[in-house]
Design a protein around this ligand. Structure first.
Ligand code: PDD
Length: 284
């Protein structure tokens, strides 16, 4: 069965899915995206993802490509056509196609693309059981990374720098503080056992997994402190981990070659990952 993508009103085989060369997403990275999980046939944390998508669109002055009920119809139809009950769905909206000119076109029809691929909550377990290594690199991104824009070149370069030394993620450092990872939020566990992560601001993407992890921590009666931390503090932390839709909660065992704690996934991150998966499975 071929993978099916949704492209501007049509369901097409993934290999044949095309957008116009003058789509402003291609020309200027003038667009936004969301990445959502589908668990047992249900979109997980849907409200959070769609609310963030609306905020991103509004911040860039891009009209919603369709109303919410229609969007949800397409999101469901995509799963049916791909026969997926557990999936990762990418939704991308750009300002649309127009002759190349930096200023917004007078008339623009927003373009909407959606893809789905198989995913299940357990597929990153092996990686989480070993833990991942991260490097740090300067955060050279623009000042509004709270917008989930498709303009990801600094993130791409940071992730590549990590990949080149066999690490899984790059933590981005601005003014001496870790903001977040190239495609995940960054966390440490302090000496008192509290979780520490950068506060929501224009300097990080407010992760939906981050929000749910905070809710899980509350349920587990683990304190959460939303403040920035330094690389040195992270290297001396008892534990570190990352969160994202694709990684869920994944322990970090090394930062720039320095082992975190015992150099193995810590108990707090493990409990939080288990609680997160449990909450995702329980949600109805
Ligand atoms: N990335 N920070 C950045 C820069 C991200 O790109 C992401 C997600 C996150 C975590 O957000 P969430 O918990 O809502 O997934 C934080 C997605 C998965 C991606 O680009 O593929």
């Amino acid at each position: 069965m071929p993978r099916i993508a949704y492209v501007n009103g049509f369901y097409v085989p993934h290999g044949e899915a095309r957008v116009h060369i003058e789509d402003r997403g291609y020309q200027f990275a003038d667009g936004i995206y969301e990445v959502c999980l589908v668990i047992d046939g249900r979109y997980w944390d849907l409200e959070g993802h769609l609310a963030r998508m609306d905020r991103s669109l509004k911040a860039l002055g891009i009209d919603a490509p369709m109303d919410r009920p229609s969007l949800e119809v397409v999101m469901r139809e995509l799963l049916i056509r791909n026969r997926l009950k557990n999936a990762l769905v990418y939704i991308q909206t750009t300002r649309g196609v127009a002759l190349r000119n930096h200023a917004f076109p007078g008339v623009a029809v927003p373009a909407l693309v959606m893809t789905a691929k198989r995913f299940n909550l357990d597929q990153s377990d092996a990686q989480a059981e070993k833990g991942v290594r991260v490097i740090t690199t300067p955060d050279i991104r623009w000042g509004r990374v709270d917008i989930k824009s498709v303009s990801l070149l600094p993130n791409v370069l940071a992730k590549q720098a990590a990949a080149e030394v066999g690490a899984s993620e790059a933590w981005l450092v601005r003014d001496g503080k870790v903001t977040e990872g190239s495609s995940s939020n960054a966390w440490i566990v302090d000496a008192d056992g509290a979780l520490v992560t950068h506060p929501k601001s224009h300097e990080i993407l407010g992760g939906i997994t981050r929000e749910t992890a905070i809710a899980c921590a509350e349920e587990l009666q683990i304190r959460v402190c939303e403040r920035a931390f330094t690389v040195e503090e992270a290297q001396n932390a008892t534990e570190a981990f990352i969160t994202s839709a694709t990684n869920l909660v994944t322990p970090v065992i090394e930062i720039d070659g320095v082992k975190i704690g015992a150099g193995a996934p810590g108990p707090v991150a493990k409990r939080l990952r288990a609680a997160y998966k449990d909450r995702a499975r329980r949600a109805r």
